[in-house]
Design a protein around this ligand. Structure first.
Ligand SMILES: Nc1nc2c(ncn2[C@@H]2O[C@H](COP(=O)(O)OP(=O)(O)OP(=O)(O)O)[C@@H](O)[C@H]2O)c(=O)[nH]1
Ligand SMILES: [Mg+2]
Length: 298
């Protein structure tokens, strides 16, 4: 049995979370077309007949513009400490530039064995993808493997999984086979709500949003009641999020509820509230604690 921890590293939007979903063959972490979708470290546990791999999804490495950005960067840095393998993901179309250097520094500082993955190869010709791989391989220490992938076509995904398995140690499984994540149900519901907001809203609204599930209660009729608050930074954003006659918030709630029902096979009652917490992204960790990030702040 091959077991171990694989930490994802890369700029925002390169496809880190998408790669995890591709390996699982279904959605386990949220993906959107906007950068900075993943905000916390999330462990997801992949189990098959000959392996158990704990993938550590992380926020994309970027220049922080506020306290919350610093928090995300710290979460990514800490997540890479102590993993068995770092999977450094690059976007084939974007290539290797100045922002990738920050990721290189972070990866090298982790002192872990590293697999380089140039993703989104469906968007470029093979020569370009190879060039990106060659370029980054010159900068990273401890490279144990390289792979080209496309989540869109599925190319390279099986190869990536094999490469990971080949480089993990033999051991015992850490978790039961049916356990998918170390995060509670409430966290996963909050993530799905946030994903719908990212899908439906534009410009600064998604990034100014934080979702916290405040209550989960099982009712006698078998239905699960979930109460969640969506925090925004400004009153105007609250208006946009609620929409004309409450249309937007209803849509967000309906889409999130359907997905949670699909995953759990249970009837869900999702009660959504919108509140303003001015400039929460600029505030200190105490505020982040209030919006439900307390597990991250150590
Ligand atoms: N064409 C193409 N698009 C891809 C591929 N992989 C991911 N994407 C898209 O890239 C976007 C970003 O994907 P994510 O998986 O959210 O990226 P991420 O690296 O986790 O981003 P952060 O969480 O913001 O750090 C989404 O719109 C994906 O559908 C790929 O192989 N090809
Ligand atoms: Mg992500």
């Amino acid at each position: 049995m091959k077991v171990g921890f694989v930490g994802l590293a890369g700029r925002p939007n390169v496809g880190k979370s998408s790669l995890i979903n591709a390996i699982f063959g279904r959605k386990v972490v949220i993906v959107t077309d906007k950068p900075q979708t993943t905000r916390n470290r999330i462990n997801v546990i992949y189990s098959d007949s000959d392996s158990q791999i704990i993938f550590v999804d992380t926020p994309g490495v970027h220049k922080p513009l506020h306290r919350f950005g610093e928090f995300m960067l710290k979460a990514a840095t800490v997540a890479l400490k102590g993993v068995d393998i770092v999977l450094f993901v690059l976007d084939a179309e974007r290539g290797f530039g100045e922002p990738e250097r920050n990721v290189v520094d972070m990866v090298n500082r982790s002192h872990s064995k590293t697999i380089l993955d140039v993703n989104k190869i469906d968007l470029v010709d093979r020569e370009r993808a190879d060039r990106v791989l060659e370029r980054v391989s010159k900068e990273v220490k401890n490279v144990i493997g390289m792979v080209l992938t496309s989540v869109k076509t599925g190319e390279g995904i099986a190869e990536l999984l094999n490469l990971i398995k080949e480089n993990l140690e033999e051991g015992q499984k850490f978790y039961p086979d049916d356990m998918i994540t170390d995060r509670p149900f409430s966290f996963m519901v909050a993530e799905l709500i946030r994903e719908k907001i990212f899908h439906l809203m534009r410009e600064e609204v998604p990034h100014s949003t934080a979702v916290i599930v405040e209550e989960v209660k099982e009712r006698e009729n078998g239905m699960i009641y979930v109460r969640a608050t969506i925090y925004v930074e400004r009153k105007s954003q609250k208006g946009i999020l609620i929409g004309k006659g409450g249309q937007m918030i209803k849509k967000i709630g309906m889409l999130a509820r359907k997905e949670v029902e699909f995953i759990t096979g249970r009837k869900i009652f999702l009660d959504l509230f919108v509140k303003v917490k001015e400039k929460w992204r600029e505030k200190d960790f105490i505020i982040l604690n209030e919006i439900g990030m307390k597990d991250e702040i150590k």
